[in-house]
Design a protein around this ligand. Sequence first.
Ligand code: ADP
Ligand code: MG
Length: 263
Amino acid sequence: MIKLQNVGKRYERLNAVSEIDWSVREGEWWGIIGPNGSGKSTLLHLLSGVEMPTTGQLLLHDREMASYSRKELAQMVAVLQQEGLAPTDFTVREVLEMGRFPFQNWLGREREDAGPLLDRIIHRLELDRLESRRLDQLSGGQRQRAALGKVMAQQPAILLLDEPTTYLDIRYQLEFMNMVAEWRKESGITVISVLHDLNLAAQFCDQLLVLRDGKTAGQGLPSEVLTEDFIREVFRVDPALVMHPENGAPQVLLTANRGRPNE
Ligand code: ADP
Ligand code: MG
């Protein structure tokens, strides 16, 4: 579905990402992890078509990314950021309607009424009581749920998430990830998410791509990638690794006063 061959993106003198070889198949959930500044957001910008690679080849359905129009891409790929929505005076329902823009003609009309679809999403995300509420009257967690509703309304084949749970407390983090997981199970959508939380990444993602200094440091199953040595090398902390007692996923524990391993 997505294929990158030797992809690089250069900003003036800096290679933000380079030499990326990576394939994503339909329906997979990939996590992109790596230290700050390792090129994770840049890679997502390339996948969403906001930025073009300076080297290499980036194919979406066997076609060069650059050959798609903005509208074609918006019908296929949806993006959700850390703070998915600014606290404006739009209502939750209005924001979900905006998710339908890529499918409207220049009169703002769609071939089919999107109303029932929006109703379903509102119900699914338990936004029923909030649908007429303005975004600036919601908590951060509720607003991020509305942001998820907007990208669901877009009915994309590919969902790109850039640290979507950063500002959420642990309950909302888990709730958000569970909602994405359910949506994926139902629709078969492909998910690519940049995640800071390695423990959530290990539980939700099928595969992980690890970036360091813009290059691939590793890729594979969480159980293959998340080893003590590898985390020490890439993130420069000295972790203890345990197995999740319920699902066996590798979980990373940090120890106070054991910041940096000896260099
Ligand atoms: P991450 O998301 O992993 O923290 P980024 O992809 O945001 O990393 O950034 C990777 C590197 O590219 C950083 O050194 C950053 O400063 C640089 N960078 C990102 N975007 C731009 C830009 N638009 N212009 C110049 N440099 C950029
Ligand atoms: Mg980033």
